[in-house]
Design a protein around this ligand. Structure first.
Ligand code: SF4
Length: 287
């Protein structure tokens, strides 16, 4: 089996920084214990388990304010996805130490929406319902930010009279987002658009679509909860027109996907540890 290693793939700088910061905190005896991560540090089970070896406790659940109620003392690490001001305030009220591993690209979106709201804008935010990143960004000004995920949400918008801006979650597919932005502009032609898809996400998607052209099938290594990993599968299927499968690790590979195929391409979400992807590539190369 010929294996194409799609590049760039895997860890982005925001994920590397978040994990390194968490490890530094765990090694620092002056940091109050216990040490918790509020949600998955990045959306990958292996990365979370790696931090557990450093004694870091992962809190997982639907929303971060509720998760915080489980913590009575020690340190809370905010994940790369960012948190809302309400969560920061609650941490302060409870007297907890906090360490912020928010990716600078997410912080930039927080800063953008705060500035726009100050200038009197209503904001249509394209993002995934239930994902921590929209939860944090929308928490900056819930009464001024309107989450849309699909065309039905756009059709249901009831906005009038205000200055209007459109912005996006960092890990979406640029092609999907473009279509939704178009629908929004059809309804609100005066809206100003700020595309916040991060460079790491965009480069991984473009590389996957382009390099999948030479493959019969594409394997995406990533966690089922990782938005950017799911988007990689989607763009390969829809734009490169190739079969694509998401696997958490090498055991997930179904040999039937490879029957009659001679070339497989491999990529990985920006939260997937390289050793997991390496094991997948080595397995495929041995076939
Ligand atoms: S995917 Fe983009 S926004 Fe998310 S951590 Fe990586 S660089 Fe930051």
């Amino acid at each position: 089996m010929r294996v194409i290693r799609i590049s760039p793939r895997g860890y982005c700088y925001g994920v590397v920084d978040a994990i390194q910061l968490a490890r530094r905190v765990a090694r620092d005896p002056s940091i109050p214990r216990p040490i918790y991560v509020l949600g998955q540090i990045v959306h990958n089970r292996h990365a979370v388990e790696g931090l557990a070896q450093f004694g870091i406790i992962n809190l997982d659940g639907d929303d971060r304010t509720t998760l915080l109620e489980q913590v009575n003392a020690g340190t809370v690490i905010f994940t790369a996805h960012g948190v809302s001001p309400a969560v920061k305030e609650r941490v302060r009220q409870r007297g907890l130490h906090c360490v912020d591993a928010t990716c600078p690209d997410v912080t930039r979106t927080h800063d953008l929406v705060k500035t726009l709201v100050t200038q009197g804008y209503q904001i249509v935010y394209i993002g995934k319902k239930g994902h921590p990143e929209p939860e944090g960004v929308i928490g900056e000004a819930p009464e001024h930010i309107h989450l849309v995920t699909d065309e039905q949400d756009v059709a249901a918008l009831q906005l009038s009279g205000a200055r209007l801006a459109v912005t996006t979650q960092t890990t979406l597919s640029k092609w999907d987002t473009e279509a939704l932005i178009q629908r929004i502009l059809e309804r609100y032609p005066e809206a100003v658009v700020y595309n916040e898809i991060c460079l790491a996400t965009q480069q991984r998607q473009e590389a996957a679509v382009q390099q999948a052209q030479q493959a019969d099938v594409v394997i995406v290594v990533g966690d089922v909860r990782s938005n950017n990993s799911n988007r990689l599968v989607q763009v390969v299927q829809e734009l490169a027109g190739k079969p694509a499968y998401l696997v958490d690790n090498v055991q997930d590979i179904d040999p039937r996907w490879l029957e009659g195929k001679t070339t497989v391409a491999v990529t990985a979400g920006s939260s997937t540890p390289s050793e997991i992807t390496r094991a997948v590539i080595q397995y495929l190369e041995r076939l």
